[in-house]
Design a protein around this ligand. Structure first.
Ligand code: FMN
Length: 178
């Protein structure tokens, strides 16, 4: 049975939840899946049949650990079926929710020596109650500029779980015949 590694880079947990959802879908399809933090030194990507990386955006950037990880594991990522997804709030916008139109995923892929064949973009969560004072004000300003919700009580999950399931089905095909 193929074993897929789902690595998340998260600040507030949504990228991990998306990896867990994909893992559950893979398990339903009869595959094994392992979910781990990208920064977990105990995990060896070379030991898996396929690798998926999911990373979120904070202040316009993926976490600084993402690109170095890709560079360090470039050979393994290129040798195995692999995929990449990015999680952000701009991805809630219909014109920014594909790998071709999302500026963050495009920037990461442009910088990355590994060019994953399978890519996806998912919208995340807006939850002002979880942010410190600075981040809360920053996000309210960003939302005001973008005509999004600015009420400090706002908690909205924009993630399209049907789109995640569709991506999971594509991930499942990566190990077909292996
Ligand atoms: C402090 C902060 C800064 C953020 N900056 C951006 C941003 O620049 N662009 C964007 O689209 N989303 C931004 N977001 C939204 C996050 O990407 C979104 O909340 C996502 O669900 C976070 O995923 P995670 O829980 O896996 O970290 C920001 C969120 C926070 C709290």
């Amino acid at each position: 049975m193929p074993n897929t590694l789902l690595l998340y880079s998260t600040v507030y947990g949504q990228s991990r939840r998306i990896c867990e959802r994909i893992a559950a879908q893979l398990a339903e399809a009869g595959n094994s899946a392992t979910v781990a933090a990208l920064t977990d030194p105990a995990v060896d990507p070379a030991a898996f049949d396929a690798i998926v990386i999911g990373a979120s955006i904070k202040h316009g950037k993926h976490q600084p650990t993402v690109l170095p990880f890709i560079r360090q594991h470039q050979a393994v990522l290129e040798a195995k079926p692999s995929a990449l997804f990015s999680v952000s709030l701009i991805a809630r916008k219909p014109k920014r929710n594909t790998p071709q139109t999302n500026p963050y995923l495009k920037a990461l892929v442009a910088q990355s020596p590994w060019k994953p064949r399978l890519q996806a973009v998912f919208a995340g969560v807006l939850d002002y109650s979880r942010y410190g004072p600075f981040d809360k004000q920053m996000m309210r300003l960003v939302m005001w500029v973008n005509r999004g919700p600015t009420d400090p009580a706002t908690r909205i999950e924009f993630t399209d779980w049907a789109a995640v399931d569709h991506f999971a089905a594509q991930v499942a095909t990566l190990t077909d015949g292996r």
